[in-house]
Design a binder for this molecule. Sequence first.
Ligand code: HEM
Length: 188
Amino acid sequence: MIRKLLATTFALALVGAFAFAQPVIDGAIGDGEYANTLEHDSGAVLYWTVDGDTLHMGYTMAASGWSGVGWLTEQTNRKAGGDILMFAMVDGEAVAYDAYQAGARGEPDLDENEGGSNSLSAFAAMHEGDVWTVEFTRPLATGQETDVDIVPGEEVLFMLAHGNTMDIGRAHDRSTQGGAFYIEGFVF
Ligand code: HEM
């Protein structure tokens, strides 16, 4: 009986160790690497783990051009108030852009042009066969006005978008045509 209990405890400890293992930000997402997964109707898959005061997040998304995600706490006018992250291949290298969506439509502004800075502490992104695999790490709260703090357990409006070229100055297709999506009631 004691042996059985010990075995059960060991098995639970192993499950715990896997459940809380920190994701490796290397541009490849393994089975069970993240605590949470969401498969979106568009085919994109989101992965995330909140670890203390840090968010680790990944996604896969089909796109011939740039791809990105965003979130806002309260919708006032379309995508206004969104924290935006975009990823593009530039000269064969993946580049991450941290931006803020001040206007209801149109181009987000790069944080660095609005008094903020890129808040990702790590990222890795692969674009192969027109499919992105992106992973990044960010503090939940950055203290910057150009970011939207993440409060685990509280609902946000999450956004996905992708372009048809790697130029982040060129918009995604309209949301009615599959270039951008909202996920309501998303909880980090
Ligand atoms: C990760 C990056 C981005 C995300 C998550 C995103 C998300 C969205 C969403 C959800 C909408 C729909 C708004 C609504 O109908 O309520 C939208 C609209 C729009 N976005 Fe973006 N966007 C991103 C990047 C960009 C960029 C880089 C541009 C321009 C260079 C752009 C230009 C536009 C325009 C013009 C609209 C209005 C078009 C429409 O009615 O669908 N967006 N975006």
